[in-house]
Ligand binder design. Structure first.
Ligand code: NAD
Length: 463
């Protein structure tokens, strides 16, 4: 459905004005001034949620899906307006993907054992109230995806979002509560505070009401959550390499890699962050990217200017550069390029700061290696042990297998763009919380449940 541009801008302005952060967001469901009040509201809501039938939970989820489709453009524009990161077109696609491919109650399966001594069921029940910490890179996408999975499991959720994405998060949280009320469910299935801080996060983590904390973000937050003394699901940072060997279809590899790298201006944690190419095809690959895939070849001088602009002397990222387009980044270093330039490329050693750092910008350095073995070692080094995501373009099954084993990542895409792992052009569920560090991988409703054994001794086996 085509959306009227002026109308959407008006809605975004109206919503942002309504949520003037100095005042209370008027009339928004699930939004509290204090974290204690937010947790209490989610606790009460969970008492109702736990008694809803699976059908009733599924009805709420269906309405969240519908509202996410209807509001995809508004949410995308709000995310870009508020954080300054990413691009509206790709963020719209991400919201449709969340609505279509995030698993609901069907993800929760019961195991049964039956025999001479009776019947035993292992059922997956709710944790109760979950605490969730969300990133500024996919703010509403993560809130919506987490909420669908968490309520499918019978939980309610308290969010402590990134402060840079508060308004977008509040809009999404209000929307899921409206969906629940429309379905006849409780209010406050998801809650948050008007002004999230590290203090509100600490209150949430220490609350006796909360038994599971799900953190999506960089290494700092995952470490904090895993030190909380509670069960944590840690979806941390990545730095995914794309390895290309001499057996690959080089034109397709160039297209897939640049498409994946530039999706939402490189914000997804799974997106290609650097290339490792074997020497015999490296020139051809670079040439393809420059000639046919809208890449700008950065000279040594431009690389140095980019380093000085996108990070400080200690290698910390300049937040004003994260999630910006290639054109915007080049403009920051004094270079004007046409609109069809979508990625900045160059060749360098693996230690180059623009290659070894997880930039979340469409800057793609290529490391040249003499053969596959050297490329494999470089890719392992570049992934920094995150074990998050890695990609490969090769027709050699033995090499793909060796790569998969050596990388040991939660996601490995072969001969496709990274976003195939999220269900775009690939067979997969969608999630924006990829728990590489704690091992759940692509999280879904079942990740947010706990196993409960229910035993009927000596009865109900009718075999
Ligand atoms: P970030 O780490 O700066 O912030 C993420 C969240 O953690 C925010 O809500 C922030 O307020 C909170 N936070 C940070 N430090 C904290 C602490 N010490 N205690 C409590 N809360 C804390 O990350 P970001 O810039 O918002 O997002 C980008 C990072 O997240 C990248 O490293 C990216 O790879 C990663 N990421 C991972 C996944 C995944 O599924 N694995 C998904 C998206 C983003």
């Amino acid at each position: 459905m085509a959306v009227n541009e002026a109308l959407v801008q008006d809605i975004v302005k109206e919503v942002l004005a309504k949520m003037n952060i100095s005042g209370s967001p008027k009339g928004m469901h699930g939004i509290y001034t204090s974290m204690e009040d937010a947790i209490e509201a989610a606790r009460k809501s969970q008492q109702i949620m736990r008694n809803l039938s699976m059908d009733q939970r599924e009805k709420i989820i269906q309405i969240i899906r519908r509202k996410t489709h209807e509001n995809a453009e508004i949410l995308a524009r709000m995310g870009v307006d508020e954080t300054g990161m990413g691009n509206v077109g790709d963020k719209i696609l991400k919201h449709h993907l969340v609505a279509d491919k995030t698993p609901g109650t069907e993800d929760i399966k019961t195991e049964a054992y039956s025999g001479d001594r009776g019947l035993t069921l292992v059922e997956m029940g709710p944790f109760g109230v979950i605490g969730a910490i969300t990133p500024c890179t996919n703010p509403s996408e993560t809130v919506l995806c987490n909420t669908i999975g968490m309520i499918a499991g019978g939980n309610t959720v308290v969010f402590n979002p990134h402060p840079a994405a508060t308004k977008t998060t509040i809009f999404a949280i209000n929307m899921v509560n409206e969906a629940s009320l429309e379905a006849g469910g409780p209010d406050n299935i998801a809650v948050t505070v008007e002004q999230p801080t590290l203090e509100t996060s600490a209150i949430m983590m220490k609350s006796p009401v909360i038994h599971l904390i799900v953190a999506t973000g960089g290494p700092g937050v995952v470490t904090t959550v895993l030190s909380s003394g509670k069960k944590g699901i840690g979806a941390g940072a990545g730095n995914p390499p794309a390895l290309v060997d001499e057996t690959a279809d080089i034109a397709k590899a160039a297209q897939d890699i640049v498409n994946g790298c530039t999706f939402d201006n490189n914000l997804p944690c799974i997106a290609e962050k650097e290339i490792v190419a074997v020497d015999s095809i490296a020139d051809e690959l670079m040439n393809e990217m420059i000639t046919n895939q809208g890449c700008y070849l950065a000279s040594k001088e431009v690389q140095d200017k980019l380093i000085a602009t996108v990070m400080d002397a200690k290698g910390r990222l300049n937040r004003k550069c994260v999630g910006r387009s290639a054109k915007a980044l080049l403009k920051m270093v004094g270079i004007d390029v046409p609109d069809n330039i979508r990625c900045i490329v160059f060749e360098g050693p693996k230690e180059h700061p623009l290659i070894s750092t997880e930039l979340m910008m469409p800057i793609l350095g290529m490391v040249r290696c003499k053969d596959f073995d050297e490329a494999l070692d470089a890719a392992v080094w570049l992934e920094h042990g995150n074990r998050h995501s890695a990609h490969i373009h090769s027709k050699n099954v033995d090499r793909i297998t060796r790569y998969a084993r050596a990388m040991d990542t939660a996601i490995l895409v072969k001969n496709g763009p990274s976003y195939a792992a999220l269900g775009f052009g690939g067979e997969s569920i969608c999630t924006f919380t990829i728990a590489s560090r704690t091992g759940e991988g692509l999280t879904s409703a079942k990740s947010f449940t706990k196993a409960r054994r229910c035993v009927m001794s000596d009865s109900l086996c009718i075999r």
